[in-house]
Structures are given as structure tokens and as C-alpha cells.
Design a protein around this ligand. Sequence first.
Ligand code: H2U
Length: 352
Amino acid sequence: MKFSTEDHPHRRLNPLTGDWVQVSPHRAKRPWQGQVEKMEEESRPEHDPSCYLCAGNTRIGGEVNPDYSDTYSFQNDFSSLLEDTPEGEVNENDLFVAKSERGICRVICFSPRHDLTIPELELPSVRKVIDLWAKEYEELGSKSFINHVQIFENKGAVMGCSNPHPHGQIWAQESIPQEPAKKQIKQSEYFDKKGRTLLSDYIASELEKEERLLFENDHFVALVPYWATWPFETMIVPKRNVQRITDLTEEEKDAFADAYKKLTTLYDNLFEISFPYSAGIHQAPTDGKDHPEWHMHMLFYPPLLRSATVKKFMVGYEMLANAQRDITPEQAAYRLRSLSTVHYKQSSSVFS
Ligand code: H2U
């Protein structure tokens, strides 16, 4: 019997982090199992007078949102990191170790429309989200004590999102957090060895292989990474070796918006629901160094597995030993690729 990643249990390496994922393809041999359950979706008004994020409304802390017409960002009223934290360290026998951490947390409202998520917004509105991310990265990153800016989005109650109004967050801080720190090391090692970024080489191969590719436009590639952990995990990568969002040209920002909207449309079409996920951008730290090794990318980690209600739990073996998946990244890519890029709410048939 010859080993094949299509048939036999195996481990795959994430070269960006050094983490492994265990794949059990024999448990999900068929591309699809079980029925697709439909979910009743609540319809939301364009403006909800009780929403803390809608234009003109009063937030929990008493501040009033302006009557914004596209995007709007503000300092999180319950920030996890604070700018005025005093500096300090604890180390008792290398067993009780702590270090103060300064930072700034912001909330980003994607649009005044309470009822529209990214795939439903018009492309120029999605582009405005990209522009605001770039502006925030620039402003926060230029502060001397901020060395890392994490842009992210929690979408859907299942991801712990507290409000259905389309929004994201930014946590900017002194340290480089664990996930991007691992990527910093791995990308540096690769760049030092090959003189090219890891992701430039990776996407060039994926564009040739095509098995995990979802789509490409002039400047971005969307794919299910070879090492994807979540069932429908995906990644959007610029074709050019761009280190940070502020280095994108105007045309590339348009292409980024297009890829973001297209990918989230595929997601919504998968189970014909507003698809939940955690997404975020990994890019160069803002520590004043050049970072030629960095290749920015946006990651999407959706929790759903087989339907709108069947969630993949990272529990048991995953918590104690190693991340694991059944449906292969290739099967997930095949599923996503066969969906229409027209949002199901605007089309009667989702299969192209
Ligand atoms: P989620 O992305 O997890 O839904 O978080 C929304 C954030 O918005 C959350 O961190 C903040 C919460 O602290 N928020 C305010 O800053 N002011 C408010 O009035 C409501 C929510």
C-alpha cells in the first residue's frame, strides 16, 4: 500500500507557524455527508435604535456615536489593553513570571447599515473598510510604544460576537503576540535561506497546483491553505510581496476589497446563512524595522463543519494533544469553489 494524503491519516506542517495539524481523510471520504439544515435568519432593520454601534446612538459608556455615513472607529469602551498601564515585571524563581503590557483597543464599524455584512455591502463600501484598517495601522503603529497592530473581526454569535452590527476590532500593543511572533521567526528563517518570502513561493506553487485555490484577481489569491486547521479555513494573500496594509497600492486595495467580498460571499452561500468566522490580518510588526521577510495575509477561521448548526469543536484531543481535521483542505476548497460568487440573497440558485 502506498501512502497518500487523500486516503491515509497524516500530519501536515504549517510552515508559517511551525504548528502541525493531524488530518484523518478516511473519516470523511465523501466530499459531503448529511443533509444541509436551513436556519431561519432574523431580519434586521437598517438602523436599530437599541444598537450601541449604529450612527447617532448612545454607547454603553454614555458616548454618542456621530451620524457617520461610511466607516467609524472609536476607542473600545471596555479595552483589554490600556495606554497608561505602569511598567513593571514579576519573576519569582522563574516560576511566577509576569510583565506589564501597554496597548490601545479600537472598535471599527464597517458601515452605518445595521443589516448588511461585508458580502452584502457594495464594493466601494468594503474598500472603505480596507482604507480605515490602513489608517488605523498607520496611526497606531506610529506610536513609539506600539510594536504590533492586530486587526480582526469576530462575526456571528457562535464566535462570541456581541453585536450583529457589522464591525471589527483592533488591539495594538507593545509585544508581538504569540501567533504573529511564531510567523516572524519562520518567515525570517525562510527569507534568510531563500531570499524570497515564504508566501511568495507558496502562492506561486498553489496557483500552479490549483487544488486548494478558490479564486484569484489581478492582485490577490484566495485559497484553503495546505495546513488549514478549521474545516473551511481560508487565506487571502497579495500576489506581490507586500509587508503591510499601508504598502498596498490603490489598485491593490481595490483588489483586496474584491477578494474579501467574494470570499465572504462564498462562505454565506455554503449553508445559505450569514457565515460566522474569526478573521484577521497578519502583517509586519510596527517596531520601526524593515521586515522584508513579512508577506501580509488575511486569515479566516470559521467554526462550522457540516451545516449551519453543526460546529467543529476544538476540544478533547485538540485541546490536549494536537489540532485535527477530517474533511481535507482539498475537499473544503472543492466545496467552496463550486459555489456561486453571487450572494444567495440576490440569487435563487447558489450553485454555478
Ligand atoms: P465583538 O467584536 O466581540 O462583538 O466586540 C465588540 C466590542 O465593542 C467589544 O469589545 C465594544 C465591546 O467592548 N463596545 C464598546 O466599546 N462600546 C459599546 O457601547 C458596546 C460595545
